[in-house]
Design a binder for this molecule. Sequence first.
Ligand SMILES: Nc1nc2c(ncn2[C@@H]2O[C@H](COP(=O)(O)OP(=O)(O)O)[C@@H](O)[C@H]2O)c(=O)[nH]1
Ligand SMILES: Nc1ncnc2c1ncn2[C@@H]1O[C@H](COP(=O)(O)OP(=O)(O)O)[C@@H](O)[C@H]1O
Length: 392
Amino acid sequence: MGEAPAFFVDHLENGGHTNGFGLKSEPRDKDTSVQIGDRSYLIGGNHEGNPLFLGVQIHDKTTNKWCVSIPTVLGTGPKPCKGYSAIVLKQGRILVIKKGSASDDSIWFLEVDSPFVREQRKLLGKEVVAWSKGVRGNAEKPIVISGPSGVGKGTLITMLMKEFPSMFGFSVSHTTRSPRCMEKNGVHYHFTDKTVMEKEINDGKFLEFASVHGNLYGTSIESVEVVTDSGKRCILDIDVQGARSVKASSLDAVFIFVCPPSMKELEDRLRARGTETEEQIQKRLRNAEAEIKAGKSSGIFEHILYNDNLEECYKNLKNLLGINDDAPVNGVEVEGINLPKEHTVTKIEDKIMIQETGEATKNDLIVLDLASINGGAPGRTRGIVLDSVKSS
Ligand SMILES: Nc1nc2c(ncn2[C@@H]2O[C@H](COP(=O)(O)OP(=O)(O)O)[C@@H](O)[C@H]2O)c(=O)[nH]1
Ligand SMILES: Nc1ncnc2c1ncn2[C@@H]1O[C@H](COP(=O)(O)OP(=O)(O)O)[C@@H](O)[C@H]1O
């Protein structure tokens, strides 16, 4: 796919425009706007009056009007700062650099027409943009684990998180089912009300959701972001319908399906767990057959694990995740680079050159390499390489 032309617009054309949502003044110096096709995206101010969220507004050149409503903003965006640079990338993405910020908070991506945004726009029936934060280093793909109730998904995930606490983090789902006696709100699930959850789904806060065994379950975008922001690899324990939705989204994940050795063993495990009523056990067993069939044949899962002997299965899980005794288990250490407040930005193929300007310039060139980035909203844009090149 061809790359959109990259250029900056310091002030929008057609000054003196009005809009229906209270942009009271002209774009200020610290705001920036970027044009893609017939649309300009003004990045600046704050979102719906909230001083903690950077605002985005859309101006349509063909009608010379601002889009009537503020776009629904998905993902957690950057906090407003002293100024921004922006540049158009491939696939309806805008790279936004916060001026004068530390590297762990300076590189952001605003998706305005990416596959994820298009899908959400269709789903929600409204204008959508989505933020994702640029994360440096070779962060690895999230892991989606599915399988019938009682097969041992939770047990395997607990083992992994216990052995590698700094490497893996669990995406805490929302559910409308009641908590079991040992389950803690916010740790095992966010236990929630059906009407509240349905409203949040409607507001675009969920990466995926599904009705499972008669209850609503879903992964909020925030639950994935919380884990990735902590520098950990995110694990999602979700059903096959949810895995299908994630597969169709822009979240680039590893998909694992866990099978029981037999239906009889599955039933024994469910009973032995002692967390469900007889009626619930029957429902879960009925659903298990269809789930196993879908898990094996849907083409969603690139790995099928049989959980017969637990230790054996755990070892196989670690192997397919590339964890063996010799591999380092911690994330990549990345030292900080501050992005200069006054700078120019140039794009050459996959490289973004950030050159400090102004009197106090040290003439260091910062190079942002986009060649190995992956992921994107929802979640994080990962694998960014940032280097400081001393000028001779
Ligand atoms: N789609 C989707 N499924 C989920 C989510 N969270 C949990 N599930 C699935 O819902 C099913 C029931 O989960 P749960 O009530 O905890 O029962 P358990 O699997 O027997 O421990 C399991 O298949 C989970 O993988 C979610 O956020 N989204
Ligand atoms: N390989 C295994 N052999 C025997 N019991 C197991 C095995 N794996 C898990 N279990 C037990 O089966 C029950 C269900 O496991 P759990 O992790 O809760 O399943 P899930 O999260 O898939 O619903 C638990 O009591 C767990 O201790």
